[in-house]
Design a protein around this ligand. Structure first.
Ligand code: COS
Length: 384
């Protein structure tokens, strides 16, 4: 990979890599098998600054920027994609509050997210009937004498049963469409907040994904994050950044699958030679390696644009679209190279194959990424 990195970016990557290979890798398969939440591992990640990689130092973050964040996510996902998923959402929430929260909200919440006091953080936007079209949400926040009352159901909430803090989007002006949605900071243990169900997922089994019910949850006045009725844009801005995280996660999972496939293809002999020397296998691996480098470069480009404050929405969607689509194909090929062994839990490629699939779906499906890219093409063509 040729992409010039600063000393600091290399340090974050090394820190994440050492931690992932030493601490995450040994237990990843077992956590997946038992659907075990990585609580102790998250505490260590907080200590390393990896729950707030791009968050300012004064709020407990590593203040290392979006490129370092993308690199760290790749390293975590290489060893344990479930941990990467939890860490990605936690970083997204920490960054969002540090960007748009009031001084008091920043000081109250961000150090608790980055420092691990909240264990992790959640992002509750989707609903059972509002996934790709979050503007159609039904959860509502009504004014009370002392603040807000939150009522509704949120779906696909990563770590929603564990997080000390959840950012929840709700309708505050039912007549205004997407211009009547606001974001709220909701403590994880709020009265009236119930975990309706935990999803029994194909992959990422070491992370939890839940449906949450907000049954008239009372919130104080200062729970409103950002401006009233302006929350929809906050969600889209946060998702733009989140998509770099998911693209990086896809790259990390795919790289682990490719490394495993190359190792296996060098060792496994058929017809008198290592199977990597059979052109059919070598060609497949050549394609995989090419896709992977292209995906990584797209991720780093999007991250770099974000870091310098340039527009990066289109590039983040391109990175997520390309990385996730190719990572899924790559994991399929890596499994194929392993033959029947790849289909067993004895080889890690089986977990990669299951874990990677959701990267084409969450934080915006591939179909949504194409919409975002196409709309940006239209904007660019019209000189906007
Ligand atoms: N950053 C900031 N603002 C943005 C934006 C972005 N990336 N994209 C759009 N906006 C603004 C628009 O400019 C518009 O602003 P105005 O109120 O001034 O008109 C507003 O947001 C609404 O935009 P738009 O009309 O394009 O919204 P749509 O409802 O058509 O939806 C998509 C846009 C499809 C991009 C959005 O709904 C989306 O990303 N959906 C997928 C959601 C998702 O990823 N869910 C998974 C969550 S993780 S479980």
């Amino acid at each position: 990979m040729q992409f010039e990195l600063s000393e600091e970016q290399m340090l974050i990557r090394r820190t994440a890599r050492d931690f992932a290979r030493r601490t995450l890798a040994p237990g990843a398969a077992e956590r997946d098998r038992l659907s075990e939440f990585p609580g102790p591992e998250l505490r260590e990640l907080a200590g390393l600054g990896l729950l707030g990689v791009a968050v300012p130092d004064r709020l407990g973050g590593a203040e290392a920027g979006a490129v370092a964040y993308a690199l760290a996510m790749q390293e975590l996902a290489y060893c344990d994609a479930s941990v990467a998923a939890i860490v990605s959402v936690t970083n997204m929430v920490a960054e969002l509050i540090s960007r748009v929260g009031t001084e008091a909200q920043q000081r109250t919440h961000v150090p608790r997210v980055t420092g691990g006091e909240y264990e992790c953080a959640s992002f509750a936007l989707s609903e059972p009937q509002a996934g790709s079209d979050p503007a159609a949400m039904a959860t509502r926040a009504e004014r009370t004498a002392s603040g807000w009352r939150l009522t509704g159901t949120k779906q696909w909430v990563t770590s929603g049963d564990r997080a000390g803090l959840i950012v929840v989007w709700a309708v505050t002006d039912a007549k205004a469409g997407h211009r009547g949605i606001s974001a709220f900071l909701v403590p994880g243990k709020s009265e009236g907040l119930h975990v309706n169900r935990a999803e029994d997922k194909m992959g990422l089994r070491g992370s939890t994904t839940v449906q949450l019910n907000f049954d008239g949850v009372e919130l104080a006045d200062d729970a409103l994050l950002g401006e009233l009725d302006q929350g929809f844009k906050l969600a889209l801005i946060a998702l733009d950044g989140g998509r770099i995280g998911i693209a990086s996660q896809a790259v990390g999972i795919a790289r682990s699958a490719l490394d495993a496939a190359i190792k296996y293809a060098l060792e496994r002999e058929q017809f008198g030679r290592a199977i990597i020397n059979h052109q059919a296998v070598g060609n497949m691996l050549a394609d995989c390696a090419t896709w992977l480098d292209a995906a990584e470069l797209l991720c780093l480009r999007a991250a770099r644009l974000k870091e310098i404050g340039a527009r990066f929405s289109k590039e983040a969607s391109m990175a997520k679209l390309f990385a996730s689509e190719h990572a899924v194909k790559l994991c399929d090929i890596a499994l194929q190279v392993h033959g029947g062994y790849g289909y067993t839990r004895d080889f890690p490629v089986e977990r990669a194959y299951r874990d990677v699939r959701v990267t084409k779906i969450y934080e915006g499906t591939s179909e949504i990424q194409r919409i975002v890219i196409a709309r940006n093409l239209i904007k660019e063509a019209s000189g906007e």
